[in-house]
Design a protein around this ligand. Structure first.
Ligand code: BV8
Length: 228
């Protein structure tokens, strides 16, 4: 059996990482257009670095929760039976990996990586970034950025995602508001292909009406219940 799981910030909420659109969420406190676009980085790189350095510290302090662990178990179980879990996350944290997931597709990039806009070199990065951070590959300063996908930038791995989605026997969305595209459009693509769809969330998402089944509750309870 091939299962496609899309996760969002809600799966990391109980690990202490903020979501984006819940009360007190990141995009409720900060303007994404001033912090999560290429234009914002060009205009105020230090402000953008400060925002992502703070979030990187939060990710380092966070620990994976029971929902991340349940998905790692699901991946191992499906693989052992000749099936597959395609774990696609909108999240830029590394909690799926730290919970033991082996193949995680980060369609919005990874906070624990940095990339040089001058030479394109990317690498794991756990430290703070600043405008004068020199690129370890080309040495230039002023070009190192968080290796995440900002608004207006093309998400990563879209071809592999589309292929896996079309080839899945079940589509599950976990902890996402269904507010950001193209990820929010995946459920419609699954339905059009006749693939069963299931939403696991704290509350109905913006695309709740497109799911055939739904389980509402905290991910640390709902996801293990679904998996085990
Ligand atoms: C694109 C990475 C073209 C960085 C993020 C105008 C100009 C340019 C683009 C657009 C535009 N208008 C619209 C667009 C498209 C835009 C978009 O969708 N905007 C929205 C806001 C309308 N999208 C883009 O720009 C994308 N690129 O379109 O390029 C293209 C596309 C395809 C092909 C070719 C070209 C790029 C989008 C990526 C932006 N990067 N983040 C960073 O993290 O800083 S967005 C950000 O939102 C995060 O990635 C986040 O993951 C994502 C989605 O949010 P959620 O994960 O769903 O989080 P949210 O807080 O919203 O919801 C949390 C949910 O969890 C809630 O439902 C809550 O109930 C639930 N929950 C809470 N606690 C729990 C829980 N559930 C369970 N248990 C709990 N305990």
């Amino acid at each position: 059996m091939n299962v496609f799981v899309l996760t969002g910030a809600g799966i990391s909420a109980e690990s202490g990482l903020g979501t984006f659109r819940d009360p007190g969420g990141l995009w409720r406190r900060f303007d994404p257009m001033r912090l999560a676009t290429p234009e914002a980085f060009a205009e105020a790189p230090e402000e953008v670095h400060a925002f992502y350095n703070l979030r990187r510290q939060g990710v380092r302090a966070a620990v994976p929760n029971a929902a991340h662990a349940a998905l790692a178990r699901l991946e191992a179980g499906l693989t052992a039976r000749g099936g597959r879990l395609f774990l696609c996350t909108q999240n830029v944290d590394d909690l799926h990996e730290r919970a033991g997931a082996r193949a995680v597709i980060h369609m919005h990039g990874e906070l624990m990586r940095a990339r040089c806009t001058a030479c394109g070199a990317g690498r794991p990065w756990a430290d703070d970034l600043a405008v004068d951070t020199a690129c370890p590959a080309c040495g230039r300063r002023g070009g190192m950025r968080p290796d995440v996908v900002w608004f207006g930038e093309v998400p990563l791995h879209l071809d592999a995602i589309a292929e896996a989605l079309d080839d899945s026997d079940l589509f599950v969305a976990i902890g996402t508001s269904g507010a950001v595209y193209p990820a929010a459009g995946f459920v419609a693509r699954a339905r059009a292909a006749g693939i069963p769809t299931h939403e696991i969330n704290l509350a109905p998402s913006d695309t709740a009406g497109l799911f055939m089944k739904a389980t509402y509750g905290p991910a640390t309870q709902a996801v293990p219940d679904f998996v085990d």
